[in-house]
Design a protein around this ligand. Structure first.
Ligand SMILES: NC(=O)c1ccc[n+]([C@@H]2O[C@H](COP(=O)([O-])OP(=O)(O)OC[C@H]3O[C@@H](n4cnc5c(N)ncnc54)[C@H](O)[C@@H]3O)[C@@H](O)[C@H]2O)c1
Ligand SMILES: [Zn+2]
Length: 341
């Protein structure tokens, strides 16, 4: 097991990579604990849950709402939950985001932790203290910054994860390598096949290095005033493509990273050779690098980006693999760029 400490503004969080769901009891009180999970995770893993009351929610982005939070508050009240109650979210990013939000707001905040069960939540969602729900179709519109006391990243749980969900996690790992860590990038290049075969040692390095990179960036900029924006590499176009085509987040981010890398080449920050290393790596991880989509619709979605300021947008480019720069790019330039591809 590898352990990483994250110091948030108010709280410390311990991320344990390679720890097991079966050992969860070692990290929580012996009584007054409530578990929150989803139907799928419950079906596979309830047998390994400690014997506490569990609240089970449905699956899918559509249930990540205030209504679902309301249902959970009601269940907590019915269970007579108190300020002293400890809540554990066991699941992917959706369960963790809702659990963090509910635990941070119920009775003005109770203690909480996560067992992260998807690669995406291990490398991204459970690090950084962002918790929230969607509102009227807008993603993560309502939420809080608050760190869980611990996150268990159990790599064994990934064996039951559908491949497409695994690939979404890989896209975020590649993102972390591209923006901050050339060595990790080379490691992924050399171990892509093993990663697809769920080799535990390879996955442990992916999760560990991703958590180190994301937590270092977050530690320097917890509330996303500047540097944290780097983590949006590939996400400006990615979100817009995800919204308009409905393809999974990781696949859209893969396409977004290709577009951002190509813009970096145009601005003479990235060599053609490194651009091809990036696209080849994504392909080796079975992620898409080209897709037909309606460019007008994608640009319309992009104009609604929360990060837009007037006719400019904060955009992350790369200055060679492993180095990123935050720039302001005009919507017009992004339109030219997407039209010319
Ligand atoms: N808070 C943050 O900083 C942050 C960062 C990135 C993403 N997110 C959020 O995370 C969410 C996406 O997370 P996700 O990709 O983990 O999705 P998810 O939670 O929906 O999980 C994906 C699917 O896999 C199933 N599943 C989970 N664990 C499983 C397992 N071990 N075996 C088999 N099936 C399993 C789930 O039931 C679900 O159907 C989004 O809502 C996104 O906004 C948050
Ligand atoms: Zn993402």
């Amino acid at each position: 097991m590898k352990q990483i400490e994250i110091q948030g503004e108010t709280k410390r969080s311990t991320i344990m990579i390679g720890e097991c769901l079966k050992n969860l009891s070692n990290y929580i009180p012996s009584q007054d604990v409530v578990l929150i999970t989803d139907e799928t995770v419950s079906r596979y893993y309830q047998k390994d849950f400690p014997e506490f009351r569990a609240i089970t929610i449905g699956t899918g982005e559509r249930i990540k709402t205030l209504d679902t939070a309301g249902i959970i508050y009601q269940e907590l009240l019915d269970m007579d939950a108190q300020r002293s109650t400890f809540i554990v979210g066991i699941g992917g990013g959706i369960v963790c985001d809702i659990t963090g939000f509910v635990a941070s707001t119920f009775l003005r905040g109770v203690r909480f932790g996560f067992v992260s069960s998807t690669l995406l939540s291990q490398v991204d969602a459970s690090v950084g203290g962002k918790n929230g729900v969607n509102f009227k179709g807008f993603k993560n519109m309502v939420g809080v910054f608050n760190q869980p006391e611990f996150v268990i990243c159990d790599l064994n749980l990934l064996k039951t994860l559908p491949e497409r969900e695994l690939l979404s996690g890989f896209a975020e790992v590649v993102k972390h390598a591209v923006i901050e860590d050339r060595d990790l990038f080379a490691f992924i290049e050399n171990h892509a096949a093993k990663a697809l075969a769920l080799d535990q040692t390879v996955l442990e390095r992916f999760v560990h290095d991703s958590v180190v990179i994301k937590s270092a960036v977050v530690n320097r900029d917890e509330k996303e005033k500047g540097e944290r924006r780097k983590l949006n590499f590939g996400h400006t176009f990615g979100h817009a493509i995800e919204k308009t085509t409905g393809i999974p987040h990781g696949e859209a981010v893969s396409l977004g990273m290709v577009l951002a890398a190509s813009l970096s080449v145009r601005k003479q920050l990235l060599s053609e050779k490194e651009f091809h290393r990036i696209t080849r790596l994504l392909e080796n991880l079975k992620l898409p690098t080209v897709l037909e989509y309606d460019k007008k619709e994608v640009m319309a979605a992009l104009k609604k980006d929360k990060k837009r300021e007037g006719d400019h947008i904060h955009f992350v480019l790369i200055n060679g693999i492993g180095k990123s720069v935050i720039t302001e790019i005009s919507i017009q330039e992004l339109t030219w760029m997407i039209d010319s591809r």
